[in-house]
Write a protein that binds this ligand. Structure first.
Ligand code: GLP
Length: 257
């Protein structure tokens, strides 16, 4: 008889457990405004903010609010954006590129310099070298001051799908079926969603000085609850947030526990 592969529950004795700070807002504008305000409060005191930013629908309200209400903040002059993840195999100019998604929603409005936009090449000759380039950038210039994250319905962070090691580094991954389904809403069908991607690893992300995760919508309520209360385990990658300090979760009312 086939037995299920053992899942790796990370023993509490291996690590400290931290409690993320949770901020609950009303849905919609209030969520976007609170996220933008907290983002600015984190970035303003920094001389050269080095910030990892996500894509997805969740941060779009915050990006629009930053572009509209905070575009003249001084910190944008010395701001460096580092991409969290990227699909593999897309040509330059493809609208599905995550790097260009963040640029057209935010960076173009706040005039972040081109050489301070650190994105994955979707179609590099050598994927391993591309991962190493992004890791090296953070080693040489980091750690990131702030990692802003979204939350996948299966608990993924970036594209760290269930089973991703907490000490994983930037690498190539296969997207989980539920991620392909979730991403299909961005591009009008699963056939438009690439099957592989680059993602920063959970170990890479854990080195950020501060982490802010944005969560919105009823469809995220269950996974947010698990993120906060389920056993810390690589089966739910987002539980890694309870193994690091300085985590803030901003949730709208619909997703809140
Ligand atoms: C996507 C991205 C993540 C994003 C998450 C949530 O697959 N790889 O970086 O945070 O899923 O997306 P959304 O905000 O659209 O729910």
């Amino acid at each position: 008889m086939k037995t299920a592969a053992p899942t790796r529950q990370v023993m509490k004795t291996e690590m400290n457990e931290y409690e993320p700070h949770i901020i609950v807002t009303e849905d919609g504008d209030d969520f976007a405004a609170a996220s933008a305000r907290i983002f600015c409060e984190a970035a303003r005191p920094l001389k050269n903010p080095l910030v990892i930013l996500p894509t997805g629908n969740t941060p779009l309200g915050m990006y629009r609010c930053l572009a509209r209400d905070y575009r003249n903040e001084n910190f944008w002059n010395n701001f460096t954006y580092v991409a969290l993840d990227e699909y593999i195999g897309l040509e330059d100019g493809d609208p599905r590129l995550f790097g260009s998604w963040v640029q057209r929603e935010l960076l173009d409005f706040v005039a972040v310099a081109r050489d301070r936009r650190i994105t994955f090449k979707s179609n590099p000759h050598d994927k391993g070298a591309e991962c190493a380039r992004m890791e090296n950038f953070l080693t040489e210039n980091g750690p990131a001051d702030l990692a802003v994250l979204g939350l996948g319905v299966n608990g993924h962070i970036g594209f760290n799908e269930p089973g991703s090691a907490f000490d994983s580094r930037t690498r190539v991954v296969n997207l989980a079926p539920e991620t392909i389904t979730a991403n299909s809403k961005y591009w009008g069908g699963e056939e438009h969603v690439p099957r592989t991607a680059f993602t920063m690893g959970l170990g890479t992300l854990a080195q950020a000085r501060r982490t802010v995760m944005l969560v919105s919508g009823m469809h995220k309520a269950d996974i947010l609850e698990k993120t906060l209360t389920a056993p810390i385990s690589e089966d739910i990658p987002s539980t890694y947030l309870r193994t690091i300090p300085n985590v803030t979760i901003i949730s709208d009312r619909s997703a809140a526990p």
